[in-house]
Design a protein around this ligand. Structure first.
Ligand SMILES: C[S@@+](CC[C@H](N)C(=O)[O-])C[C@H]1O[C@@H](n2cnc3c(N)ncnc32)[C@H](O)[C@@H]1O
Length: 360
């Protein structure tokens, strides 16, 4: 149980450009004590090393500079007897990587749950989110009286429970001039600014290669599909979370037929899908595993492999290269400053004359 009220902004105001004073106790951001350029170099080196360990030699392109603090747009917390707590108690005094608006929202949730624990009785954990439009969301691990909880939290909030196919959504901007609604129970990239850098690379390559069709595997709520459709491409998007697929299906590009939405397990659906000029594969941390060859067979011109776990990413890059795709570039995005994690993007080309027996 909390013993003192968490501070809303003191720590953020005082330390925004300094090392985090609770970094050591917290442990969540082991790279924060490094200066920024050393942090970025450490991350580039870790991806290069993982790739060379699986026999892939590739230049890893430097990642663009980004905001080091205040980027996180969602945080999971535990609930004990209806009272919300941090999984990591050191966060009680603040967290520099959490967006200041999200931090204020967390402070509010802590206060509401302390004064009315019955609202979250039997809930094991929650996630608090902030959209790019600063609206707030709270997701509970089991269904609760959402109306009472929402009233207690206030008008800026939407509330939903995990697993629900009808959860409300928050608004995000994955590309300039493009808004998407992401159900609060579906995946959303944790760092909106860096997500925009990632999506922009996909859009730039799509434009340069004059792609017309896409296949977005593990599409979430359309982070890549909607910006691509807005630029005139048509394609298919596959995702296994019903709320995300339903939301994508309600968008204008889907209703106009520019995006065909399929709900289901991407791995089992691969054999039924048509090849496309661009394929985007953005699987969960485990990566593509044994499905890499089927994915490679669907690539008309370009494959984007996105990975947030370096070892799975490197293994998939090696596998796709031996499937005959030509690795064109690897980029690293600092989606999670302070932590050891990165988001990596490999761009492959399908060049039929590429000799797949060439050692990497
Ligand atoms: C890393 S997220 C990427 C989502 C989206 N591309 C984005 O950028 O927001 C992976 C997505 O794959 C979905 N997913 C996980 N396993 C899946 C499966 N077997 N088949 C289809 N989708 C799956 C998750 O629900 C999640 O939305």
């Amino acid at each position: 149980m909390q013993t003192s009220k968490p501070r809303c902004s003191t720590l953020l105001d005082a330390s925004f450009n300094q090392a985090c004073p609770v970094q050591e106790q917290c442990g969540g951001c082991p790279l924060l004590p490094l200066d920024r350029s050393s942090e970025l170099k450490t991350k580039l080196d870790s991806v290069s090393t993982s790739l060379s360990e699986v026999g892939v030699s590739a230049e890893v392109l430097a990642m663009p500079e980004t905001q080091r603090f205040g980027y996180r747009n969602r945080l999971r917390m535990k609930v004990v007897d209806g009272r919300v707590e941090f999984f990591n108690k050191a966060k009680h005094d603040g967290c520099l990587v959490v967006s200041p608006i999200l931090w204020a929202a967390i402070v509010h949730v802590l206060a509401v749950s302390a004064s009315r624990p019955s609202l979250l009785a039997d809930v094991a954990h929650i996630e608090v989110r902030v959209g790019d439009d600063n609206r707030l969301g709270l997701v509970t691990s089991i269904p609760v009286d959402e109306e009472s909880l929402q009233q207690e939290l206030g008008d800026d909030w939407v509330v939903g429970s995990r697993g629900s196919d009808t959860s409300p959504a928050l608004s995000y901007q994955p590309a300039s001039g493009v808004e998407i609604a992401v159900p609060i129970t579906s995946f959303v990239q944790v760092n909106s600014a860096v997500n925009r850098q990632l999506v922009q690379v996909v859009l730039d390559v799509a434009e340069l290669s004059r792609a017309q069709t896409f296949l977005d595997l593990y599409c979430g709520a359309g982070n890549f599909s909607i910006p691509l459709a807005e630029r005139g491409l048509t394609g298919t998007a596959v995702e296994n979370v019903g709320a995300a697929v339903a939301q994508l299906g309600r968008t204008i590009p889907a209703r106009n037929g520019a995006i065909r939405c399929i709900e289901g397990d991407a791995r089992t659906l691969l054999s039924e899908l048509e090849p496309a000029d661009l394929v985007i594969a953005d699987p969960p941390r485990a990566g593509l595993m044994e499905s890499h060859r089927q994915v490679a067979n669907l690539v008309g011109d370009t494959l984007f492999l996105v990975g947030c776990k370096t070892s799975s990413f490197a293994r998939d890059v090696a596998a796709l290269s031996s499937d005959g795709l030509e690795l064109e570039s690897v980029r690293v995005f600092d989606m999670f400053p302070g932590t050891v994690h990165v988001e990596a993007l490999a761009v492959f080309r399908n060049r039929p004359d590429c000799d797949s027996s060439t050692p990497h």
